[in-house]
Write a protein of this length. Structure first.
Length: 113
């Protein structure tokens, strides 16, 4: 399956922001009933591995196992569902960014007694 938007969540954003957006995407996909239950086992087993690591003969770091599990999960999910959730997350991020840029100004008057 080809997900054109997946590799570039927000190309001009920072690493942490992209990581948070990716985690939110996995969370939304896990809650979506249209995603196959068996696919949802990939991130679940990745997190279980984090809690109770198994000695694998390969030199894999815990973060690599979780990253691989999450990436594989998003790659195997249906394109239209991933695109829908990603668009909603981007829209939400844009609204939040706009709120941060516009400072709230409260006009008032001061009276010295």
């Amino acid at each position: 399956m080809n997900h054109p938007e997946k590799g570039s969540i927000l190309p001009s954003s920072g690493f942490i922001y992209e990581l948070v957006l990716r985690i939110k995407l996995v969370y939304k996909l896990m809650l979506d009933k249209r995603v196959n239950f068996l696919l949802k086992l990939l991130p679940a087993f990745s997190l279980i591995y984090l809690i109770n690591p198994i000695d694998i003969p390969l030199p894999l770091d815990d973060a690599a196992v979780i990253g691989l599990g999450f990436t594989l999960f998003v790659s195997l999910c249906p394109d239209e569902i991933v695109s829908e959730h990603l668009a909603n997350l981007r829209k939400s991020a844009a609204v939040n960014a706009a709120r941060m840029e516009e400072p709230e100004v409260i006009d008032g008057s001061f009276r010295d007694s």
